[in-house]
Ligand binder design. Structure first.
Ligand code: NDP
Length: 250
């Protein structure tokens, strides 16, 4: 039990095959109470109800909406009393080529992945700072490190690169307040984010470049988040953990 007595908030956590829900499940198995934030009320509540143990909650929160992030933080803190862990997981992607990126593509992808990480962190950091404790883990991607080319377009690579910079700056600013901030950079993980647009040919091509010879599962990423959330990583901040089967070794 690595998270006994801890409370965690996970954005984008209601997707049934998603990394957020796999992380929520693992955290709950390790003794945490978890608040799942996502867009659809029914999905949030169903996800929270599916977790092992008691006291979890599911709340609607669009992370691109600053007021919604603040309202979610107020509501979670009223229910839990404290928040120890924040996982900025919500994200969207689009397989759009550079010259085809329109303003609506740019806004949608940058807003959820990058602006959402900023707003939700801003909503919880004052509480963590007052307690002089907290672990925040942010979802980046191998796309940020290798310049895309996996599934998401250049605007996705830029958004996830932005998350790396933002998280490292947060680690520097809030380290003295006892708050650790780290990132995870997964390779291709089998979830529904690709919206059926990942073809067998694309999958086979990607596999050729993965030394561990398989695509990742949501649970693979959940394990990295558990490490970053727990005291096992107590002296780690500003770090980036690759979860990519060796797709990018550097
Ligand atoms: P999913 O689509 O399964 O999960 C993402 C969740 O985020 C969905 O439930 C989605 O809701 C939710 N979401 C979307 N927009 C918002 C918003 N504005 N506010 C709150 N929640 C929102 O995908 P994954 O589990 O694969 O993705 C999780 C994270 O991992 C993302 O940040 C993604 O970019 C990142 N990632 C994924 C990789 C992969 O290969 N799968 C690789 C590297 C990084 P809805 O379904 O209603 O849109």
């Amino acid at each position: 039990m690595l998270l006994k007595g801890k409370t965690a908030v996970i954005s984008g956590g209601a997707s049934v095959r998603g990394i957020g829900l796999a992380t929520a499940r693992l955290f709950a198995e390790h003794g945490a109470r978890v608040a799942i934030l996502d867009l659809d009320r029914h999905a949030c509540e169903a996800a929270a109800a599916s977790l092992p143990g008691a006291g979890h909650s599911g709340l609607v929160c669009d992370v691109t909406d600053r007021a919604a992030c603040i309202a979610a933080a107020t509501s979670v803190l009223a229910a839990f009393g404290q928040v120890d862990i924040l996982i900025n997981n919500a994200g969207i992607t689009q397989p759009v080529k550079f010259l085809d990126i329109g303003p609506e593509n740019y806004d949608a992808v940058l807003d959820v992945n990058l602006r959402g990480t900023l707003y939700l962190s801003q909503a919880f950091i004052p509480h963590m700072r007052a307690r002089r404790a907290g672990s925040i883990a942010c979802m980046s991607s191998v796309s940020a490190q290798r310049g895309g080319g996996v599934f998401g377009g250049p605007h996705y690579a830029a958004a996830k690169g932005g998350v790396l910079g933002l998280a490292k700056a947060m680690a520097r600013e809030f380290g003295p307040d006892g708050i650790r901030v780290n990132c995870v950079t997964p390779g291709l993980i089998q979830t529904d984010i690709t919206g059926g647009k990942l073809t067998d040919a694309m999958r086979a091509d990607i596999l050729k470049g993965i030394p561990l010879n398989r695509l990742g599962d949501a649970a693979d990423v959940a394990g990295a988040f558990l490490f970053l959330a727990s005291s096992l990583s107590g002296y780690i901040t500003g770090a980036v953990i690759d979860v990519n089967g060796g797709m990018l070794i550097h």
